[in-house]
Design a protein around this ligand. Structure first.
Ligand code: SAH
Ligand code: SF4
Length: 423
């Protein structure tokens, strides 16, 4: 979502400012930030420190911090780092043009939750598009998982209207987009309305988007198991534009931990969703998020996570060591695990998940599949792209490729990509 936000920030200021390639040439430096784990948040301060020389040389240079760290730390950020001129929360960046034009030395602090105004001011016309483009359709979260800062940094659940999303998608498709990745902290909690005030869910919105002729692929992230309804599951079977991919974070395989995380589902319920989906789309790529070392996680809890992983067999995954976040409920629970124990668990889990990823990718060897090109690879004649199962793919071509999509025969599968040959 920060990628989407950064694109929209650039568009918002495009009347008066253009992107430069080096901070040395900049009149303003905008840092978009993530607060989900401690490491990401701390990185912000070291990044800003790098600009102290530039700031001394150019008194007019503005340093603006946007995003969830700005939202969470507020005025304390200005005190801790005097180089910062203004801070702007994730629901207020529609005001960036005014901040950039403000010639007073005032330090602006904009931290309201004003999603409605944000999206209406940003509009639906997009300046930039790539073959795979993001659209935020839903923001914020009301679920309050005990480890998570999102409800505090992004605010309450908000869904954009159907027409707004469809118009934005059409604008992207006019500029060459063929795949849309619908975004939300809880994207499958989407409950947007049409202009006539009738509401629809994510499946309803996807059906509307699928009518756009130039749009070939649709995918969505991130979903919550509790909001995985039958409409959406059935759509995976019937809608050809919907990618056979689902990112459904489980976090843990232990019911005890899931309860303490306030996830409000059990490992059995999670398994049932996956079974249902696999009955409809047998080779669907299932991806997930895991947290290891949540406060109170015993060896038995951890083994239950490993067992769930072995039973499901994931195609992709993201796994993290639990990170304490101020203001969250879990922060009040004592954690007896050492960092080394958490590291060991993470490594053990990741080893299994990586093997599963290779096993899934190996089922594609010898197959002919369509790949959307996302850019050049590391070598001159190398290209990278993605399949509709959201696998990264690499192939070589000595002739330059004019099209933005190609058909490949998959030669071999690695844990992090497929290697293909042009057909
Ligand atoms: N809405 C999604 C998750 C969004 S946050 C869901 O409900 O699953 C993205 C991922 O970051 C989470 O799935 C979780 O695995 C990880 N995460 C969030 N808070 C964390 C924390 N305090 N420590 C470690 N990982 C965390
Ligand atoms: Fe955070 Fe996701 Fe839980 Fe919401 S549902 S609180 S975004 S982990």
């Amino acid at each position: 979502m920060n990628v989407y936000d950064s694109e929209r920030m650039l568009e918002a200021v495009s009347k008066t400012h253009k992107l430069v390639t080096s901070p040395n040439d900049a009149d303003a430096i905008l840092i978009n930030t993530c607060h989900i784990r401690e490491k990401a948040a701390e990185k912000v301060y070291s990044e800003i420190g790098k600009f102290s020389d530039l700031k001394r040389k150019n008194k007019k240079l503005k340093v603006i911090v946007a995003g969830c760290v700005a939202q969470a730390e507020g005025n304390a950020m200005l005190q801790r780092q005097p180089l910062i001129d203004s801070i702007v929360g994730p629901q207020m960046y529609q005001n960036l043009p005014n901040i950039l034009l403000d010639e007073s030395n005032k330090r602006n602090v904009l931290l309201e939750f004003n999603e409605r105004e944000k999206f209406s001011k940003l509009g639906t016309k997009r300046n930039y598009a790539s073959i795979s483009s993001f659209i935020t359709i839903q923001e914020g979260c009301d679920k309050f998982c005990s480890f998570c800062v999102v409800p505090f940094t992004r605010g309450a659940e908000y869904s954009r209207s159907v027409e707004e999303v469809v118009e934005e998608a059409k604008s992207l498709c006019k500029k060459g987009c063929k795949e849309i990745i619908l975004l939300g902290q809880n994207v499958n909690a989407y409950h947007g309305a049409y202009k006539n005030k009738t509401q629809t869910n994510l499946a309803g919105l996807i059906k509307e988007l699928a009518k756009i002729r130039k749009l070939e692929r649709i995918t969505y992230t991130t979903s919550h198991p509790r909001d995985m309804n039958d409409d959406l599951i059935n759509l995976h079977q019937y809608n050809e534009k919907l990618n056979p991919y689902l990112h459904l974070p489980v976090q843990s395989g232990s019911d005890n931990i899931l309860k303490n995380m306030n996830r409000k589902y059990t490992s059995k319920q999670y398994l049932e969703i996956i079974e249902k989906l696999r009955k409809k789309v047998p080779n669907i790529a299932i991806s997930s998020d895991f947290i290891v070392g949540f406060p109170g996680e015993t060896k038995k809890d951890f083994i239950e996570t490993l067992n769930l992983v072995k039973e499901i067999k994931f195609a992709q995954s993201y796994s993290f060591k639990y990170s304490r976040r101020i203001g969250t409920k879990a922060n009040r629970i004592n954690c007896s695990l050492t960092e080394e124990e958490k590291d060991e668990r993470l490594q053990e889990l990741q080893m299994i998940l990586n093997k599963q990823k290779i096993q899934y990718n190996k089922t594609f060897e010898g197959k002919e599949i369509e790949v959307f090109i996302r850019g050049k690879g590391k070598r001159d004649n190398q290209y990278r792209g993605t399949t509709k199962w959201m696998q990264s793919t690499i192939f070589e071509s000595n002739k330059s490729i004019e099209s933005d999509k190609v058909h490949l025969k998959i030669k071999s599968a690695m844990d992090n990509c497929l290697l293909g040959e042009l057909i």
